[in-house]
Design a protein around this ligand. Structure first.
Ligand code: CO
Length: 441
């Protein structure tokens, strides 16, 4: 165990209650009234503009060069891209998690995102055989099996049906998989970045099933992608009829190739893998297909050697996105601590935040609208006195489910599963303001 203020020793490093006390971390976070903070300067003393002008020709009172010259014309930018000063806001990969570029995963930069929508170009990616380049004119969606009227639908056919738009998160079942045995990854992008949230537009799967006519006895649907892995999963008919969509648009435009262009299955709140991309086939049957992705993979190995199968729902989870290892604290003072909470079982009803490793909790405010199976942004004010702190967030959803600690999760599930780690995340803030990924014993 490292001394106070030092980085954690090794993956799996943990802080015990006594070590927390020895490190001088506060036992109790005193509540402050909102009125007490009102009128206080957030940014400290003002700057001296005259001093700045001498060294920085673009700072006031000088007129900056971008004000003295014309800007770019519209013709140079038929499709907008972010400012070049934001070129560090990118998806990132982890070499040892990425055996080949086409059986890969990329992580979304949650530390650089605002609100709840993930820009399409930053949504995490997971491929089993690369992202295919599909000509939509030559793509078909076949619906067959236990149906009255099998169909081979064009993309245009799908788009003729009444459309539905909703916002929903997609989280890979393996998000947080590296953290089962101890704190391992160096930042938020890698501990939680297999998570994205988009506005999706498509047609209700129930509408398409009504068109083909489901035969008696049908209970399951095989959903298959057109990628080189023919990635497929078995979907229970009940979910298909509940809130499943076949989507063709994301964040106001057609799906990106890496997100399933031209058609993707969307099962709100369910693990990413079953939201089959490049959707080419839906076959109705009376039992699951037990394919590779629901037997060898995407099952959860328990301590007794048995595996949980068909664990689709991503249960309530949250994480503080500021501060985080990538976004340390600059100096003691007032901050807005912010983060994301989500539940595959419905709406987030409350998020609690602790600054002392879970001894004391305060409820954060939730950004409206709070939507079902969607990311919810939470915020809470914090005056950081410049001492060590242990930040945590804990999500509670509308079913009453409370996000567990990693200790509680391990007690039930052991550490052999890759999937469904929805444990409370701890960020250790050191007196210097640096933030580290740790786990508490
Ligand atoms: Co699962």
């Amino acid at each position: 165990m490292a001394a106070a203020g030092e980085p954690p020793d090794q993956p799996g490093d943990a802080i015990t209650a006594s070590e927390r006390k020895a490190a001088g971390l506060p036992r109790r976070e005193f509540l402050r009234s909102g009125l007490g903070a009102a009128g206080a300067a957030v940014l400290g003393p003002g700057i001296d503009p005259a001093a700045a002008a001498e060294s920085q020709p673009n700072l006031p009172p000088n007129v900056p060069e971008w004000t003295r010259n014309l800007g770019d014309g519209v013709a140079s930018r038929p499709y907008g891209v972010p400012s070049r000063f934001e070129n560090g806001v990118i998806r990132r990969t982890v070499s040892w998690l990425t055996p080949t570029d086409t059986t890969a995963v990329s992580f979304a930069p949650l530390q650089d995102l605002y609100g709840v929508v993930t820009p399409s170009g930053l949504a995490f990616e997971r491929y089993h055989a690369g992202a295919p380049t599909i000509d939509p004119a030559a793509h078909r969606l076949m619906i067959h099996g236990l149906v009255e009227r099998p169909r081979l639908l064009t993309v245009a056919d799908v788009m003729r049906f009444p459309s539905v738009t909703r916002t929903a998160f997609i989280e890979c079942a393996a998000n947080g998989s590296t953290e089962w045995r101890g704190a391992q990854m160096p930042g938020l992008q890698f501990t939680h970045g297999m998570l994205s949230c988009s506005e999706w537009t498509g047609v209700a799967l129930s509408t398409l099933l009504n068109e083909v006519g489901v035969k008696a006895g049908a209970e399951w649907i095989l959903a298959e992608g057109a990628d080189a892995a023919a990635m497929s999963r078995s979907v229970p008919l009940a979910k298909a009829l509940d809130d499943a969509l076949v989507v063709y648009a994301q964040n106001g435009e057609r799906l990106r190739p890496e997100q399933g262009y031209p058609l993707r299955l969307l099962l709100p709140g369910w693990e990413g893998n079953i939201n089959v991309k490049w959707l080419r086939r839906l076959k109705l049957g009376d039992q699951p297909w037990n394919g590779r992705e629901e037997t060898d993979r995407y099952t959860d190995l328990m301590p007794d050697g048995l595996a949980r199968q068909f664990t689709w729902v991503m249960e309530a989870k949250s994480v503080i996105t500021f501060p985080c290892p990538e976004k340390p604290l600059a100096a003691p003072g007032s901050y807005e601590v912010s983060g994301l909470a989500w539940s595959g079982n419905g709406k987030i009803s409350r998020v609690d935040v602790s600054f002392d490793g879970g001894n004391n909790w305060r409820s954060a405010s939730l950004q409206a609208p709070v939507q079902s199976k969607c990311l919810t942004r939470f915020r809470i004010d914090w005056h950081w006195p410049g001492t060590g702190a242990l930040l945590q967030s804990r999500a509670i959803d509308e079913t009453g489910y409370v996000q567990p600690t990693i200790t509680q999760l391990r007690a039930v599930r052991g550490v052999n599963s890759i999937y469904h780690n929805n444990a409370i995340q701890t960020w250790r803030v050191s007196p210097s303001g640096q933030v580290e990924n740790v786990q508490l014993a």
